[in-house]
Design a protein around this ligand. Structure first.
Ligand code: HPA
Ligand code: ZN
Length: 337
């Protein structure tokens, strides 16, 4: 493998747009918080918990992911989790991150939504990198539950930039959440949704047409529909691709079969992200390295992916341009235009 290319990819300035903060909870922190909060876990130690990270699809992952999140009870717990992620992001040369959180996972256990949001937000304010918050609705729950969650979050409206849709995809199409997304749109929130990870390309289409999302999370199954691919490219809709996640959850059998390069070749604004780094074997740079080691990606692709990560962000135009200039200056040193 070209070690100079890997070095360039690891050190390039980048944004992360698809990270579930609960998915950054490392086993060591899960055990520390369990002890601090007196929560009983089904596993005797860190090694046993890590050994259970043997997923075969999205649902088998989600079952363990929600169990891990059960140790989060206090505002300080959300702060500690977020501060740990931001330190990792900084080490990976992440300049800006748009962090997903799942309030319903916590409010269902009696945690006040204000504690969830304040804990994450406080860490973001102190954090070493630019960070904003996207509140996700759990699609396996009802739209009424999502609407109630939105109401509960309204006092904290200014602390979040957008909303998303995650959890079990198949059987829970985007259109199930048409009303709540329409309300979020009226509120001026940015809109994203997971679609085309395990679910069919039709879910990408309804996420765009019914929910009116601005980005698609995952979206890798887009390529199964040529007309949809052309549309997503023409409209400049970004896809937040998560390479290690896709292998762990068996969306692709091996990284060599991952379609990241085909997505770029189709003219799509694809980005690389970590999804749930504590569960899928690595943070953002580990995702870049895994993809660049297995796929015929070069310097131009690295430059494109770094640019895409900022282009697809919800940063203000001026800030976005500053980061894009930083990316271009970084790559200028390697004679890439
Ligand atoms: N897909 C759906 N829901 C999720 C994911 C994912 O990859 N990660 C955390 N919640
Ligand atoms: Zn995700």
């Amino acid at each position: 493998m070209n070690t100079q290319l890997l070095h360039i990819v690891q050190n390039m300035p980048k944004a992360e747009l698809h990270i579930h903060i609960e998915g950054s909870l490392e086993p060591e922190l899960i055990f520390a918080l369990a002890e601090r909060n007196g929560v009983a876990l089904d596993y005797p130690n860190v090694e046993a918990l890590r050994a259970a990270y043997d997923f075969h699809d999205l649902q088998s992952f989600l079952d363990i992911y929600y169990a891990g999140a059960s140790v989060l009870l206090k505002e300080q717990d959300f702060y500690d989790m977020t501060a740990a992620y931001l330190a990792k992001a900084k080490a990976d040369h992440v300049r800006h991150t748009e962090i997903f959180f799942d309030p319903q996972t916590h409010t269902a256990r009696g945690v006040p939504i204000g504690d969830v949001i304040h804990g994450i937000h406080r860490a973001c304010q102190e954090g070493p990198v630019s960070a904003t918050l996207i509140m996700c609705f759990l699609r396996h729950l009802s739209e009424e539950d999502a609407l109630a969650t939105l109401d509960a979050a309204l006092p904290y409206r200014d602390l979040i930039i957008g909303v998303g849709l995650d959890s079990s995809e198949v059987g829970h199409p985007p259109e199930k959440f048409a009303r709540v997304f329409a309300r979020c749109r009226e509120l001026g929130l940015h809109l994203v949704a997971h679609a085309g990870e395990e679910g069919p390309p039709a879910y990408i289409e309804t996420a765009l047409d019914v929910l009116k999302v601005e980005r698609i999370d995952h979206g890798v199954r887009c390529l199964e529909d040529a007309a949809l691919t052309r549309r997503v490219a023409a409209e400049g809709i970004a896809l937040t691709v998560c390479p290690l996640s896709n292998i762990k959850l068996r969306v692709f059998d091996t990284m060599k079969e991952h379609n990241l390069l085909q997505l770029l070749d189709a003219g799509l604004v694809a980005t690389v992200n970590s999804d749930d780094p504590a569960y899928f074997g690595g943070y953002l740079n580990e995702n870049f390295v895994a993809a660049f080691e297995s796929l015929p990606l070069g310097l131009q692709h690295a430059h494109q992916l770094a640019r895409n990560s900022f282009t697809a962000s919800f940063l203000e135009p001026e800030k976005k341009q500053q980061f894009l200039d930083e990316v271009d200056a970084y790559f200028a040193a390697f004679n890439v235009v």
